[in-house]
Ligand binder design. Structure first.
Ligand code: 9D3
Length: 261
């Protein structure tokens, strides 16, 4: 067991991905994700559905019953892949099918899936073509997740989005001095604006308060900016945001300014 797992006293968290294009998941070797895997925080295994096909052409799709355009992924190769994964895992599987019919995933949903990793081995099932045979969904899929209302060409990028969002919530994934729970987004707000050197970029100066060294004033300014941006760009988020008494006061003030009394 790696140092990372000893430190947090957890069993190995495991994500299995089933896809017809497992090569796409090479992207997971980079950045925060690549490091989390290297440090042993979790194990990601990609499985090629075609390895579970039953003919020499490695066929995994067929024409839809009832006619119509496109092809449908057959239940059998997917079922064989899922059962093969279960045979190698000690925890029960939690099978998530990435699909446009799924519940749209939000940050609380990401947190729930991350917590599932303690008791289950997560399987992310990626569809291609028109989708997968409904009987496979009914028998082996635990939940269906969508990213939102736009059309992708398959579930692979969706699966990578879900993995990225979950992994950065694992203790140790972001390093020691950052915490995912510090993100203003995790409290339901947009972030305050960020600045780095130089102080003067082609005439545009860094806001004076950030150079003041007054940490309380800086915190107040950032909190105000986060609220102001959220009110301007994503007022829908404010309905469910968790705000402190002070933030509620600032927000009431900002609303007066916008309305103009
Ligand atoms: C052209 C096919 N479409 C008919 C209007 C249906 C359709 C089938 C399969 C649309 C998209 C897909 C593939 N999409 C996904 O696998 C997918 C997805 C998405 O398209 N949008 C948002 N979230 C997701 S998660 C998986």
């Amino acid at each position: 067991m790696s140092t990372a797992n000893k430190a947090y006293n957890q069993s190995v968290k495991s994500i299995d991905v089933i896809s017809v294009i497992p090569q796409m998941f090479e992207a997971l070797h980079y950045g925060v994700l690549g490091r989390a895997v290297k440090n042993g925080l979790l194990q990601i295994t990609c499985w090629d559905v075609r390895d579970y096909s039953e003919d020499k052409h490695r066929t995994v799709d067929d024409k839809p019953y009832g006619g119509g355009p496109g092809m449908v992924m057959m239940a059998k190769p997917l079922r064989k892949a899922i059962l093969h994964i279960q045979a190698q895992r000690d925890k029960p599987l939690w099978v998530v099918y990435l699909s446009p019919q799924g519940t749209v995933l939000k940050q609380p949903g990401v947190m729930r899936l991350k917590e599932k990793l303690s008791t289950h081995n997560l399987v992310l099932l990626c569809g291609r073509y028109e989708g997968i045979d409904e009987r496979l969904i009914e028998s082996l899929v635990d939940e269906e997740c969508s990213l939102g209302d736009y059309v992708l060409s398959g579930g692979e990028f969706a699966a990578m989005v879900v993995i990225d969002a979950m992994v950065r919530l694992l203790p140790g994934a972001l390093g020691d001095n950052t915490s995912a729970s510090d993100d203003s987004f995790s409290r339901g707000l947009l972030e305050y604006p960020h600045y780095t050197r130089p102080e003067n970029d082609e005439g545009a100066r860094v806001p004076e308060v950030l150079l003041s060294g007054d940490h309380q004033a800086i915190a107040r300014w950032r909190s105000r900016m986060a609220l102001q941006r959220t009110l301007a760009k994503r007022p829908d988020l404010l309905e469910s945001a968790q705000l402190s008494a002070e933030e509620k006061e600032i927000l009431a003030e900002l609303k007066k300014i916008i309305i103009g009394d």
